[in-house]
Design a protein around this ligand. Structure first.
Ligand SMILES: [Zn+2]
Length: 252
């Protein structure tokens, strides 16, 4: 009934979907638990819940099983299906999840589109990591100024350099304010780009709906993330102001 194709489970028993969030957090997992558990006595099987969710399993007293695997982040790309034969309980749970996905502004991905979607998502995680790193640096720079005499960093509003005690001049204060505005603008731009990645903008023309959840600050731009390096920690805490987003730490 099912086969594994390019590492992706395909076949009628599987449901693939995108959600307009960076990763699966406790919020989405709770929704999934409730949708799946709404009938047939489904409960989560032994699962670990620290950090971003990569997989989850559910079972019924009659030993039906469902498994979920997160295929990609920014946005969350997920596959759900039974590890073995599909029965009525699994099919019915899958239908409830499909309804949930649509109600959450998600997108159901058919088998024929699977490889293409996977390909399009391939570099988004690395872009998100690079953007997050830039955001961290910009946030740090936002409240800093530099002493022209000794090169030490000081708090942006400091009157004296903490190292050489030189007093900052009025002209330097003006320059520091200019720099602050520049950093602030760059920060807003990178946050908008990260928000667009997290929402899944730029994968399909018709998804996500622009008005969905009416998130302020979401940008249709979705330009390429600057910077090469990957690795390090990333989070999207500032990317979706209307809901908590977990800090995402890549596995090393
Ligand atoms: Zn100094």
């Amino acid at each position: 009934m099912s086969r594994q194709d390019h590492g992706l489970w395909v076949g009628r028993s599987y449901l693939h979907f995108l959600l307009p969030v960076p990763t699966l957090s406790a919020v989405e997992i709770d929704l999934l638990d409730r949708a799946i558990g709404a009938a047939d006595g489904w409960t989560p099987a032994a699962v670990t819940d620290s950090g971003p969710v990569l997989s989850r399993a559910w079972e019924t007293p009659a030993k039906a099983e469902l498994r979920l695997a997160v295929l990609s982040w920014y946005p969350a790309f997920v596959t759900l299906g039974p590890p073995g034969r599909s029965g009525r309980a699994a099919r019915s749970a899958r239908e409830r999840v499909a309804e949930l996905v649509l109600s959450q502004g998600g997108f159901l991905v058919g088998d024929p589109e699977l490889a293409r979607v996977h390909e399009r998502l391939a570099d988004r995680w690395a872009r998100a990591v690079a953007l997050q790193r830039e955001i961290d640096e910009l946030e740090f720079a936002l409240e800093q100024r530099q002493c022209v005499q000794c090169g030490s960093a000081a708090a942006r509003r400091a009157a004296h350099c903490p190292t050489c005690r030189r007093r900052f001049t009025g002209a330097e204060d003006v320059a520091s304010d200019d720099q602050h505005r520049g950093v602030e603008a760059a920060l807003h731009d990178r946050v908008a780009q990260l928000t667009a990645l997290a929402r899944g903008e730029g994968i399909f023309a018709q998804w996500p709906a622009a008005a969905a959840g009416s998130r302020p600050g979401a940008s249709a731009d979705g330009g390429p993330g600057a910077g090469a390096g990957a690795g390090g920690a990333a989070d999207a805490a500032s990317a979706a102001p209307d809901r908590p987003v977990p800090r995402v730490v890549p596995h090393r």
